[in-house]
Design a protein around this ligand. Structure first.
Ligand code: WTA
Length: 649
């Protein structure tokens, strides 16, 4: 980070800034001051202005049971109404969801049509599946409009959805179904990838083998491939939806009634069911759409994430629809048939805001450096990035080749737990620097501090924390209050009080800009997907011949990080390659392809302290090919390090 303080500054496009939601740094500071001086007044004002309340709230923030907080207590609303009903008069014929299928098939679903589809879906869940307020519904779906209908239908009847990314294995799906005690699964027969059909329903069948809380499965037919139907359990969406009424009164929800769970990896144990509630979440989803993406009435906005991740929740479905935007949903692969696909889509649909992950930017850069120039991408105004720290070369390419040096890049830093962006440039206000998330958004008290709450010396790494509760923050870990407190409020204190720690390291530059340096815990970020080392290790340990394992992240030119596993076997094998394959096969079964190891080495033992703690720092250094500078004299067997270094070469 030697050039941290001397990065080039790019100022907002003046023409753009004139009409931006936040037009200048003065406006930004005024909002920030408003929040600092009267935190509850600030949030109360926006909650009143932005949300359609059935009954107004009586209290803005209740921290009496911190870290379990309540926002907008007494208020009643429905998130699906916020996303649909309130737009019907003003923009009923506007496209809400612009779907492009893998094979180029396009569907434009207006707000009126969305309303009908969601209401029918809600009636189906209520009438045929007896889903009630508070019930959990697992959604295991491809990127098709029905996934959004399913989410909003749950929100409409007060059911809590829990989406499991379609790349997760049957075992991972089963764990999540059981932890959430879901009574319904919504899935599809499958979908298309690179024009070929792939399947999801068989994975659900396997996940439901044995004892399961699931009573019914709804199957959306997307590719019409042959699937297995279990009598009395599996139902066709297309059959059931036919005779449903398109009117379903929205369930009146309390501000703090749960909206969804989303399982995410932590540094220890199994994935956690991150719980988000209704009012605070939808408020911030909507506000950040306005502030960070600056979406205008006639704009077309495209986020390339999958609905299986938080980015898909907040910035494909809830945020864009809450503000009445046109949101693009894409089933395919952005590099298929070639690396011009996204730019062709930008041209075809006149996309104004484009939001993707650094890993995608690196791949598009590598595969098609000059592809953007082959298309008319002049409609673009704001480019976004999320999911991992972006590297300056990728940033520069994005800015120059995709954005034609005229679009703002919003490097949005946030997490599943924060619900929406927390540190990000504002495209009409913030001067940006390459690969820098810049400043906390107004109302978010994000600070880099050390464990005692002090600001680190300039240029020194510290811990990325949020020192006051914010409306879209995680409300709990499903079924585990202790884990919620321990995971997020255990490590850092400010003024003697625990504060929310993100798990990321960060550093200030001389202008007070925040640059995220990556996770400080045992979480690996593979292509922008969070993987807990503990989860991958638990999977590998299912191999009977594995005695011990430690996995770490290794920098990867495209994926950001790849997984590197050090494995001690119980007995030697004659064919190491076959053993590696079989280990990766287990990972595929237990978690899914996203957690496959790039590197596996078989070692005689792991470097451990005398108390038995694995020294991961050393293993991380070895994986990176760095010189070992750590003191290894405290290890139980220091000679092991030398042996591993030799083997890793
Ligand atoms: C990382 C994704 C640097 C970070 C929204 C965080 C980032 C984790 C950025 C959350 C960014 C996300 N710059 N790092 N702009 N955005 N991260 O829960 O390590 O899937 O903790 O949420 O991604 O991943 P999650």
């Amino acid at each position: 980070m030697s050039d941290l303080h001397n990065r080039k500054v790019y100022h907002p496009n003046e023409e753009f800034a004139k009409n931006a939601a936040i037009k200048s740094m003065d406006e930004y500071r005024a909002l920030q001051d408003e929040a600092t001086n009267d935190y509850e007044g600030f949030w109360g004002r926006f909650a009143k202005e932005k949300l359609d309340w059935v009954e107004p709230f009586t209290n803005v923030l209740d921290e009496s049971d911190f870290p379990f907080v309540k926002w907008f207590d007494g208020g009643k609303l429905n998130v699906s109404s916020q996303c649909i009903d309130r737009h019907l008069d003003a923009r009923g014929d506007k496209t809400a969801i612009l779907f492009e299928g893998d094979r180029g098939d396009v569907q434009k679903i207006t707000y009126k049509e969305l309303s009908k589809n969601v209401n029918k879906f809600a009636n189906l869940l209520k009438e045929d599946f007896e889903v009630k307020k508070g019930d959990r519904v697992v959604i295991y779906m491809p990127m098709i409009p029905e996934a959004a209908y399913a989410m909003l239908a749950c929100a409409r009847i007060g059911a809590i959805h829990s989406i499991v990314f379609g790349g997760f294995s049957a075992e991972a799906l089963k764990d999540r179904i059981q932890d959430a005690e879901a009574k319904v699964v919504i899935t599809a027969d499958g979908a298309y990838r690179k024009t070929k059909p792939y399947m999801l329903k068989p994975v659900v069948d396997t996940a439901l083998e044995g004892e399961t809380p699931v009573k019914k499965v709804l199957v959306v037919e997307r590719n019409n491939e042959e699937i297995n139907w279990v009598d009395g359990r599996d139902y066709s969406y297309h059959e059931l939806i036919k005779n449903k009424s398109d009117v379903c009164a929205p369930e009146v929800m309390d501000s703090e009634d749960p909206l969804f769970l989303l399982y995410t990896s932590g540094s220890t144990g199994k994935p956690k069911g991150v719980q988000h509630n209704s009012a605070g979440y939808i408020l911030w989803a909507q506000m950040t759409m306005e502030w960070v993406f600056d979406v205008k009435e006639d704009d077309v906005y495209w986020c390339t994430a999958d609905v299986g991740w938080i980015t898909g929740h907040t910035y494909i479905v809830y945020g864009p629809l809450a503000m009445g935007a046109t949101t693009v949903m894409f089933e395919g692969v952005i590099t298929y048939p070639d690396a011009g696909r996204p730019w062709k889509m930008v041209q075809d649909h006149k996309v104004n805001q484009f939001y993707t992950a650094p890993t995608a930017i690196r791949v598009l850069h590598k595969m098609g450096e000059h592809e953007p120039a082959n298309y008319d991408v002049s409609s673009l105004k704001v480019l976004g990035t999320v999911g991992e720290p972006i590297d300056p070369p990728a940033w520069k390419w994005y800015y120059e080749e995709v954005g034609n040096s005229k679009c703002a890049i919003v490097d949005t830093y946030w997490q599943t737990e924060t619900g929406g962006h927390v540190v990000s440039p504002l495209p009409g206000a913030t001067p940006i620097k390459p690969a820098c998330a810049t400043l906390p958004l107004p109302g978010i008290m994000a600070e880099i501090i050390d464990e005692e709450g002090n600001t680190p010396e300039l240029g020194e790494k510290g811990l990325m924390c949020i020192t006051r509760p914010w409306p879209a923050m995680i409300r709990g870990v499903w079924g585990d209050k202790e884990r919620f407190i321990k995971s997020y409020f255990g490590d850092v204190k400010k003024d003697g009080k625990p504060v929310y720690f993100t798990g990321d390291g960060a550093v200030y530059d001389k202008d007070g800009y925040i640059t995220i340096t990556g996770r400080t815990d045992d979480v690996i970020n593979v292509s922008g997907h969070r993987m807990g080392t503990a989860e991958v290790e638990a999977a590998i340990l299912k191999d009977d011949n594995v005695a011990e394992v430690a996995v770490v992240g290794k920098p990867h030119p495209l994926k950001g990080e790849g997984i590197f596993a050090y494995i001690a076997l119980k007995s030697e094998v004659s064919d190491e390659e076959a053993e590696k394959k079989s280990i990766n096969n287990i990972i595929k079964q237990e978690i899914g392809n996203i957690a496959l190891c790039d590197h596996i080495i078989f070692v005689p033992g792991l470097p451990k302290t005398r108390s038995g703690k694995i020294m991961r720092r050393i293993l991380r250094s070895i994986a990176k090919g760095e010189e070992i500078t750590q003191d290894i004299s405290t290890l139980e067997d220091p000679s092991i390090v030398e042996k591993i270094v030799a083997m890793a070469k």
